[in-house]
Ligand binder design. Sequence first.
Ligand SMILES: Cc1ncc(COP(=O)(O)O)c(C=O)c1O
Length: 261
Amino acid sequence: MGEVDIAKEHPNVVRMRVLGAKVVPVSFGARTLKEAVDSAFEAYLVDPENSIYCIGSVVGPHPFPKMVRDFQSVVGLEAREQFLEMTGNLPDNLVACVGGGSNAMGLFSAFIEDPCEMYGVEPGGTGTKLGEHAASLTYGTEGILHGFNSIMLKNDKGEPAAVHSIASGLDYPSVGPEHAYLNSISRTKVGIANDKETIQAFYDLSHYEGIIPALESAHAIAFAMKLAKEKPYESILVNLSGRGDKDIDFVVANYKPEDYL
Ligand SMILES: Cc1ncc(COP(=O)(O)O)c(C=O)c1O
């Protein structure tokens, strides 16, 4: 795990340690998600006989994107069933944040044959210049990273660009290949939420619903709130990919709750 993210998501790191995991800090480059994946690959390649590479997103070489999508599809299948049960209809719109894209692919895969609009929400960060965001589908071009071909944010040397998102889990310069494909055939749409909108959404969901979302998921909430204004008579199913327990220390230290009431 990148050193920057170890500090940002401290409560998660404590939990992992309590449960017996050894958390290895990654101290090169931007010290965030991409470098953590680089290091995990390197460790695996040194000793493939005695180690297992487990990626948590729909990225990496085949068959990881498909495996992770299928594991996450449980969420989509249950959400579809429950939405039908609760409303009698399918949702008009689906919204999920996209880092590598696993929670979005898990949700979308259950609705792919349905007449639902599907929005993958990318992190708009602090601006539109390279290095200020991690919106790969919005601003990227075709490229290869971590053993898969997809859409990637590149620097002028064609290497993975520096990226930024307030959410550690969205801070990645590419997206899973299936997202690139679905976007290329216009089956999915790309939404965007910046850091500022995300913090507001984090507090709004907490204040109004008593649900503290992960900063990643708060991107989906922020975009869904914008979409709701555009489509006031349509239903929106938002994938709340994670709880915000891991993020509260960081958020409260940097963005005071009283400023967002
Ligand atoms: C809570 C949460 N949501 C979303 C993500 C983004 O990953 P993905 O795009 O693969 O769903 C992460 C990544 O760490 C996460 O922790």
